[in-house]
Write a protein that binds this ligand. Sequence first.
Ligand code: DOR
Ligand code: ZN
Length: 445
Amino acid sequence: MKNHLLIRDVVVVNHDGRTQADVLAKDGVIEKVEAGIHSPGAHEVDGGGRFLIPGCVDTHVHFRDPGALHKENWSTGPAAAVSAGVTSVVDMPNTTPTTTDLESLLKKRGRARSLSVANFGLFLGAAKNNLETLKQLSAAENVAGIKIYMGSTTGSLLMDDDGVMEALFRETRVMISVHAEDEKRISQRADEFQSRGEDSPHIHGQIRDPEAAVIAVGKIAAFAERYNHPAHICHLSTLAELALLASRPAAPVTIEACPHHLFLNDTALDRLGNFGKVNPPLRSPADQKGLWQALLDGRVRSVATDHAPHTREEKQRGYWKCPSGMPGVDTSLPLMLDRVRSGELTLERVVELMSWNPSQTFRIQGKGRIAPGYHADMALLSTESARPWTVDDLLTQVKWSPFTGWVLPPKPEAVWVMGVETARRGVIVAPDHRPGELQFQKDSF
Ligand code: DOR
Ligand code: ZN
């Protein structure tokens, strides 16, 4: 038996409820969730009555491999994720080279297979000239879906051709994830601000303003509705986008929110400077409040990090030379657990937002639930109290976070990936574990 695991005495929390039980897993698959399991020969772990939740499934990370391995790579990124309870990651295509054809997909897959301690999945990227390739690859290959960048950001991927975008909705059958900011408006406004010589982190939210997001979200909602093709709006950040989507209830659109938009707003830029520069930008306190409201009432479907590491040196540059993005996989679950601690969220809802819903949205097989037949990706939560985080808590290679200094719960006591204990108290204990690729179900819409 490759692995035979019995976790005793835990409170198993799924999105739809909790139960006190033992959990038995064999060869990476959960076999039983019951009280008083006997299974001779199992490796037994005492859960000590702690909470056991399904590992988080983060459907939006940038692990920079290939192309910028000094920022993150398929060793460091997954290690950071798993150490914090994120057992599955889905990587974006804006690497160098971009993931836009078969060769780049196979190469990235090979790297991830040979290095990642997390389950991984990959997006294909939409470029102006790869429509036929995307149609073919999205049907033939195991991918999370297609990512469209409507506004330029890190890397070269940009889709500002509405005809090609419409064809993707009409002619493909995989999830389309969208970075919804309108390039035309952004570049016009950037020119205006630059010609006035302005150089401050505070202009970012005026250049990439809510209207830029609304224009893009409006187009996507219309395509999604016209072709009845699901679309996933990445990192939604404004009240205006929420209002627009409320006016199009028939559009099959799911909403993702990021921790940095939930836990920070533009007033944090005084403290963070360009370390707070991210696309879409940190928004007003009113937008932040609206996003929480949408999360609490169910309009936000999932929480993903948009983990986008850049070096300290790069983030210390002036506004125009500083790249956008911040790391997130070390801190996403601890931040959300802090809202459980304060009573604003239930642990069930955190599991729904970070495990169950992302697995359902992207049709990922075997993930998001602790139950017989599901994969043994699980995090045993720590009972230690919250304390100020330091860079020593981070495994991301860039070694900074906007959340150091915050008083947060610690990383999980233990994290299993496909039945293998891979992290303990924030340290990777099975660095050679290679759980492999997520499986995305096809043609189900
Ligand atoms: O701020 C961002 N950084 N937003 C993105 O969409 C991309 C990301 C990156 O890759 O750096
Ligand atoms: Zn992103």
